[in-house]
Write a protein that binds this ligand. Structure first.
Ligand code: ASP
Ligand code: MG
Length: 416
C-alpha cells in the first residue's frame, strides 16, 4: 500500500466529463489498495475569467479580495470531484485550503506555505476516504484566504506530499512528461524517463511551463519523489529525482538532458561607454529601479582600456521602456555613448548535469551552430547550462541541429 498525492491541473478537470475521468483514475488507485489525496486546480480558464471580472470592476483590486475571488475556482472543482467519486461508490471529502489547515504567510496572491496540519487528513485516509483538497490556496494567521501565485496548485500538491510523507507526488497534466525539447519545434523530441531537480529548475526558469518553479524547489528541498504524467493517456511520465538518486550507470547518461529556447527577449548594446569602475551599476541601476529584470550581460574587454561596449538582454515586453531609460537617463549620466537594440533575437540553452564532469560541451555547441551558419551574438554559462543568443529566424534550425548533435533524437536513444 502506498500513499499518493495526485494533482490534476485545469485541463484535466476542464469539464464535467473530464472530472468523471479523474474520478475513475483515482478510484483505480484506491481499488488497488492505495491511499490517495487529490489536489485539483480550477477548471481551465476559470482563474483568468475571475481575474478579468475583477479588473472590469476595479483596475486596482486589493490583493486580499483577489484571493477571496480566485480561490473560488478550486472550490468548485473539489466539490464536483468529491461528488463524482461518491457516484462511483468511493467515499471522499473535499476541503478548502483553509479547512485542511494549509497555513501561509499573509502575502496575498503570492503567499508561502508555512505549515500544514495533517491530523484530519490522516484520520480520513485511515477511514478509507479519499481526501480532495483545493490547490493554490491557504489561510493566514488571521484567517484570511490566501493564494500561492499562478500555477500554485503544483506547490500545494508537493507540499501536501512532503507533509504527509507520501510515497510519490503525481502531477497530472496535458502532456505525458518532460521532453528533451518542445515537440512542436523538433519532431524528434522525446519524453525523458527521469530528470534531476536542478535540470528541471533550469528548464523552468528558461520558460518551461510544465511545473510551477516553486513546486520543484519544494520537491528538492523536502526530497519528495515527483512525477509528471498525462491525465489523458496512460504512461510512466517523467520522474524528477535528486541527482544522487540517479542510477549508478549515470556516467553513461547523455551530457545534455534538454534544450530550451525562447524568442521573448531583446538585446541592447551601449557602445563606447567609459571603462571605469561603477559604469555597470550606473547602466543597470536605473533599469533595476524601473523593476525591469536583466537576463544576460556581456561586457567587452576594451582594447585601449578607455572605452568598452556593454550588452544585456531584457524581456521583449520591457524593450521599449529599457531603451528609453538608456537614452533619457543613462547616456546623459555617463556623458556620452550610443545605444543600439535588437528585439529579433532568440536564446537557445543546453541544460544537463553531465556538463559538470565533461569538458567540451560549449565548443561542440559552437561548432554545430557554425556548421549551420548561425552567428552567435552572446554566450552565458552556469554549471549545468549554456545559453547563446542568435537571430530569431534561426532559432528552430539551431534547436533541431543541437538536438541531433547531442544525441537526443528519438531513434538515437531508443537504439542505445
Ligand atoms: N488555478 C490557479 C491558476 O490558474 C492555480 C493552478 O491552476 O495551479 O493559476
Ligand atoms: Mg497549472
Amino acid at each position: 500500500m502506498a500513499l499518493y498525492v495526485q494533482k490534476f491541473g485545469g485541463t484535466s478537470v476542464g469539464s464535467v466529463e473530464r472530472i468523471k475521468v479523474v474520478a475513475e483514475k483515482v478510484k483505480g488507485f484506491r481499488d488497488a489498495g492505495h491511499q490517495v489525496v487529490v489536489v485539483v486546480s480550477a477548471m481551465s480558464g476559470e482563474t483568468n475569467r475571475l481575474i478579468a471580472m475583477a479588473n472590469e470592476i476595479n483596475d486596482e483590486p486589493t490583493p486580499r479580495e483577489m484571493d477571496m475571488l480566485v480561490s473560488t475556482g478550486e472550490q468548485v472543482t473539489i466539490s464536483l470531484l468529491a461528488l463524482a467519486l461518491h457516484k462511483l461508490g468511493v467515499p471522499a471529502t473535499s476541503y478548502t485550503g483553509s479547512q485542511v489547515g494549509i497555513l501561509t504567510d499573509s502575502a496575498h496572491t503570492k503567499a508561502r506555505i508555512q505549515r500544514i496540519e495533517t491530523d484530519e487528513m490522516r484520520d480520513d485516509l485511515d477511514e478509507g476516504k479519499v481526501v480532495v483538497v483545493a490547490g493554490f490556496q491557504g489561510v493566514d494567521e488571521e484567517g484570511n484566504i490566501t493564494t500561492l501565485g499562478r500555477g500554485g496548485s503544483d506547490t500545494t500538491g508537493v507540499a501536501l506530499a512532503a507533509a504527509l510523507g507520501a510515497d510519490e507526488c503525481q502531477i497530472y497534466t496535458d502532456v505525458d512528461g518532460v521532453y528533451t525539447t518542445d515537440p512542436r519545434v523538433c519532431s524528434k523530441a522525446q519524453r525523458l524517463d527521469t530528470i534531476t531537480v536542478e535540470e528541471m529548475l533550469e528548464l523552468a526558469s528558461l520558460g518551461s511551463k510544465v511545473l510551477q518553479i516553486r513546486s520543484v524547489e519544494f520537491a528538492g528541498k523536502y526530497n519528495v519523489p515527483l512525477r509528471v504524467l498525462s491525465s489523458f493517456q496512460d504512461g510512466p511520465g517523467t520522474l524528477i529525482v535528486a541527482e544522487s538518486d540517479q542510477d549508478e550507470d549515470s556516467m553513461e547518461e547523455p551530457l545534455i538532458s534538454g534544450i530550451a529556447f525562447t524568442a521573448s527577449e531583446a538585446k541592447l548594446t551601449l557602445l563606447h561607454t567609459p571603462d571605469v569602475p561603477g559604469v555597470a551599476s550606473r547602466i543597470l541601476g536605473p533599469i533595476a529601479d524601473a523593476n525591469i529584470e536583466v537576463d544576460m550581460i556581456v561586457q567587452n574587454v576594451a582594447p585601449a582600456g578607455d572605452y568598452t561596449d556593454f550588452t544585456f538582454t531584457v524581456a521583449k515586453g520591457d524593450y521599449k521602456k529599457t531603451l528609453k531609460i538608456i537614452e533619457d537617463q543613462v547616456i546623459p549620466d555617463l556623458g556620452g555613448g550610443e545605444v543600439n537594440g535588437d528585439d529579433n533575437i532568440a536564446k537557445v540553452s543546453l541544460v544537463g548535469v553531465g556538463m559538470r564532469s565533461h569538458a567540451g560541451v560549449a565548443s561542440k555547441m559552437f561548432r554545430v551552430l557554425a556548421d549551420e551558419n548561425i552567428n552567435i551574438r552572446m554566450v552565458s554559462t552556469s554549471e549545468i547550462k549554456i545559453s547563446v543568443v542568435i537571430d530569431e529566424k534561426q532559432m528552430e534550425l539551431a534547436v533541431r541541429a543541437l538536438h541531433t548533435a547531442f544525441g537526443l533524437d528519438k531513434s538515437d536513444i531508443e537504439s542505445e
